[in-house]
Write a protein that binds this ligand. Structure first.
Ligand code: KG4
Ligand code: ZN
Length: 343
């Protein structure tokens, strides 16, 4: 890693606004994440509100991050910004801000793929990855299994055919009357429930291949609670549904991750995305990886969820490899359109 990088990272692809200052690709001089709690009022993310909130938050957060880092803006050497994939209005705010800072400071702006940020986020705390590795990215927008043979050398193994894992958590929480986001509350309630109370499907587990599908599971939960009317439901029922649903999700994610490791001969399993904060998933993958003799790397919750540190890191790695700034840098909504995934 070139020791002279001082990269400002900007992440605004969904509902979290985040800014980081990363020195020499290793030392995080400042890292701010602002979760936009206003979406809780609407039971989900409202794209226009998310974009407006980024617009309000970003200039203040950039100023605060530079102050926390003790870095004058004119000492920055580059800006790394998430330009894909995500909510397009949110991405546009980040990309336009990054271009403006880049122009004002006369430094390059590097567009970073958000998913590559999640793929490499473990590096921030754990250092160099034992290659080859398999990465499981599970968030509100993505469920991706990726073979990684080095930085920039990725092969897509599987994705979700419908809902993402986090989306399933959010929809099931809504069905149970638990509010948004659903992951943390289901994770907590599942601990006191009986995971064998309901026999929910393990989607696509009996089929070859590494794709996922979670919408049938959500429908199974809807059918299970249908005879109980509308929320609020009895505490016991909610805890048992939460535990049984979570067991089905974790069984599926664990089995497919192990299958991916077997198929690729990976030496490490890397985890990323908000669902990687899930206690049961972390425990089960830890047991499975110990048994398989594979290194498991899970970032701290702050680096699992959307964050600008991982974006600054990818920017620094790209600069090291001689990446040239793209004057046409644009916001791109879909992962497929970026050419990074296989589908
Ligand atoms: O990566 P992230 O912060 O944002 C994106 O979606 O990009 O992930 C948010 C998702 C939400 O669907 C949320 O319900 C889920 O991660 N989540 C969890 C947990 N914490 C957050 N899912 C399961 N267990 C958790 N502890
Ligand atoms: Zn994400």
């Amino acid at each position: 890693m070139n020791a002279s990088h001082l990269v400002l990272g900007i992440e605004s692809s969904c509902d979290d606004t985040s800014v980081a200052v990363l020195e020499d690709g290793r030392t995080l001089r400042a890292h701010l994440v602002a979760a936009q709690d206003l979406h809780k009022l609407y039971g989900g993310i409202v794209p226009e509100l998310a974009a407006r909130a980024h617009l309000e938050l970003l200039p203040r957060m950039v100023a605060a991050a530079l102050e926390e880092a003790g870095v004058a803006a004119d000492r920055l050497t580059a800006i790394a910004v998430t330009h894909a994939p995500g909510l397009v209005g949110s991405l546009v705010v980040g990309v336009a801000s990054a271009k403006a800072y880049g122009l004002a400071l006369g430094i390059p702006v590097i567009g970073v793929n958000h998913i590559e940020g999640h793929l490499l986020a473990t590096t921030l705390e754990h250092g160099e990855t034992p290659w080859p590795a398999v990465s499981l990215i599970v968030s509100g927008g993505h469920t991706e299994l990726v073979e990684m043979r080095g930085v920039g050398d990725y092969r897509w193994l599987g994705s979700t055919r419908d809902d993402a894992a986090g989306e399933a958590y959010d929809k099931v929480a809504k069905l149970l009357g638990l509010g948004f986001p659903g992951g943390p509350v289901i994770d907590r309630l599942a601990a006191s429930g009986d995971a064998t109370a309901f026999d929910f499907p393990r989607p696509m587990l009996d089929q070859p291949g590494l794709d996922f599908s979670f919408s049938g599971l959500k429908t199974a939960v809807a059918l299970a609670v249908a005879s109980h009317g509308t929320p609020p439901y009895p505490e016991r029922l909610v805890a048992d549904v939460a535990a049984s649903f979570q067991r089905a999700v974790v069984d599926t994610l664990t089995a497919k991750s192990l299958r991916a490791i077997e198929q690729t001969g990976a030496r490490a399993l890397l985890l990323g995305g908000g669902v990687a904060c899930n206690g049961e998933l972390r425990r089960r993958l830890a047991e499975a990886c110990t048994r398989a003799g594979v290194t498991l790397r899970i970032p701290s919750p702050r680096f699992c969820a959307d964050n600008a540190a991982m974006i600054a890191l990818v920017g620094a790695l790209r600069l090291d490899r001689g990446a040239a700034p793209d004057p046409e840098l644009d916001a791109i909504a879909s992962l497929e359109a970026t050419g990074l995934s296989a589908s």
